[in-house]
Ligand binder design. Structure first.
Ligand SMILES: [Zn+2]
Length: 426
């Protein structure tokens, strides 16, 4: 064999036996999904509301992580989409278009903006729906494109992972002021040039400053959050919501206590959350070769709520069988370096969030709410149908057992999966 051919032969040999180089990699990509022309927007069950303008673009974003190169590497995609929720029927179609990442390693979350087009096909009360199926097809395509693009542009990366309290007027609990989780978790990818190129922000809040009733299509506060991260050198942002149910919302209370529902207020809150996330991650140590582990199980809940049964039965997206008695979705656990992530397919109340984080095994414990599906609110049986204030969240919860099933399955998952690494031991 000539000298000329040897390097080629080696490359082929490495590829054929699936050896992966051990350098940690990350990639991030974005696709704009603002409808053109604009579509009505949805802030919950019921008819969509008409729009006349947009503030900021709706996007889908994919952060792909890999613990090396080549076929032997573990790859995980974390996807965020500017919708109220992203049902698993659409997520499964996007997963099927992705090459090189197993579908069970793709986590798809919704930011929960209340100013985006309906992705569920909610009944409009007149026998139809505000959902535009052609538009949703294009979102699925663009989501898969973003994932494939991020995977095709993986680059060596170190990670900074941090948890801290986001200070200032960002979120509050609409039902009981201070009953919310102020912790903000950040995962930042740093390139070989020492510059951050991707920043994941995980925080519990309803992006509903604008809501669906102002004639505006918008990512709400998540749009300005991304803008600020980019402007301040944090690279491309990706927001994953957390346990924001009943009713952790944006703190847009004005001096008179009334909500300020303006784009300027979205900018104020988005900027503040971005600044806090950057402050929190700034002093975190770099993890040069974080271990990556991803598992998926299926999670099934009985559907007892007549409201949610009616939504499933009426949706042209075929969210489930017509007389479905159960709802099943993908449930993920991911370890990244010293962090652990669990997904929640809906809007868990903040007390469930605290309890799960306390029982997880990472030095940083992240919950990705509204991820892999969004089945409505998730309450424990003692909260379900209790306070008068909880009547709305109880009706839009799958049933009395939902919270307990999530907690039990989550604890089992955490106990049976390997624990993430401890930074101190590295
Ligand atoms: Zn909500």
């Amino acid at each position: 064999m000539s000298q000329l051919h040897r390097p080629f032969f080696l490359v082929v040999l490495l590829a054929s036996i699936g050896v992966s180089r051990a350098e940690f990699q990350a990639g991030i990509a974005v696709r704009v999904v603002t409808p053109d022309p604009l579509l009505p927007v949805s802030g919950g069950i019921g008819p969509s509301k008409p729009t006349t303008k947009m503030e900021g673009d709706l996007t889908v974003r994919a952060l792909v992580l890999a613990d090396g190169e080549g076929a032997g590497a573990t790859k995980v995609a974390i996807v965020s989409a500017d919708f109220l929720g992203f049902p698993s029927v659409l997520g499964q179609r996007a997963r099927a278009l992705v090459k090189g990442i197993p579908p069970e390693n793709i986590l798809i979350g919704a930011t929960h903006t209340h100013s985006g087009p309906d992705a569920y096909g909610f009944p409009d009360g007149k026998g139809g729906t505000g959902a535009d199926l052609k538009y949703l097809d294009s979102v699925v395509t663009r989501m898969a494109e973003a994932i494939n693009d991020a995977a095709a542009h993986l680059r060596p990366a170190r990670l900074k992972i941090a948890t801290g309290e986001a200070k200032g007027k960002i979120a509050f609990n609409y039902y009981a002021d201070r009953l919310y989780d102020p912790r903000c978790h950040v995962i930042q990818a740093i390139g070989q040039d020492g510059q951050p190129f991707a920043t994941l922000v995980n925080y519990a809040v309803h992006p509903e400053v604008l809501g669906s009733g102002r004639g505006i299509c918008s990512p709400d506060l998540v749009g300005p959050l991304y803008e600020r991260l980019r402007e301040k050198g944090a690279g491309i942002g990706i927001f994953m919501n957390s346990a924001q149910g009943g009713m952790v919302t944006a703190d847009n209370r004005g001096p008179d206590g009334k909500s300020v529902g303006t784009w300027e207020e979205c900018i104020r809150i988005g900027n503040l959350l971005a600044d806090e996330a950057m402050r929190i991650v700034s002093s975190a140590p770099e993890q040069k070769q974080p271990k990556l582990h991803c598992e998926a199980r299926s999670l099934t809940f009985p559907i007892d709520s007549p409201e949610l049964r009616a939504v499933i039965a009426a949706s042209p997206l075929h969210l489930g069988e017509k007389d479905a008695t159960n709802a099943t979705t993908q449930f993920n656990l991911v370890n990244i370096g010293n962090a652990q992530i669990l997904t929640i397919p809906g809007e868990a109340l903040p007390n469930i969030g605290f309890y799960l984080k306390r029982n997880m095994r990472g030095e940083h414990n992240l919950l990705f709410g509204l991820t892999n599906d969004a089945f409505g609110y998730i309450l424990t049986r003692v909260d379900w149908n209790s306070f008068k204030t909880y009547s709305y969240v109880s009706r839009t919860c799958l049933g009395e057992k939902t919270g307990e099933i999530l907690i039990e399955e989550a604890l089992r998952f955490v106990a049976e999966a390997p624990a993430p690494e401890k930074l101190a031991q590295r």
